[in-house]
Design a protein around this ligand. Structure first.
Ligand code: SF4
Ligand code: ZN
Length: 105
């Protein structure tokens, strides 16, 4: 997959995965929406992840889970891993295997 195309797809998956996690674990449990359907914490995490993605020094970019560089701060990596796990299961149940195959943490 070409780099630009890959980044676009990663971006879409990040947005979807973080959103569904936030909806079910934060917003539905009373957290306040901060922006674009995310709570503050998830919105910040999304932006952090997007920034990492755009600035990824590797070309071709591997899936982050196979990456030796691991440019995420440990705390952020922990959060995104938890989100990917949760939303991966959610999307399997909802028939979006195409996204789940792409899931990268
Ligand atoms: S973890 Fe690795 S592959 Fe993922 S964005 Fe960072 S440097 Fe790139
Ligand atoms: Zn949230």
């Amino acid at each position: 997959m070409k780099r630009a195309k890959r980044i676009k797809k990663d971006e879409k998956v990040l947005r979807k995965f973080i959103k569904v996690y936030c909806e079910n674990n934060h917003l539905k449990k009373g957290a306040e929406e901060y922006k674009d359907g995310y709570c503050k914490e998830c919105y910040e995490l999304l932006n952090y992840a997007l920034e990492r993605l755009y600035r990824c020094p590797l070309d071709p970019k591997p899936q982050c889970k196979h990456c030796k560089v691991h440019c995420y701060k440990p705390k952020m990596r922990q959060k995104i891993k938890e989100i990917m796990r949760y939303s991966g299961i959610y999307f399997i149940k909802h028939g979006r295997l195409d996204w789940v195959f792409h899931y990268f943490f």
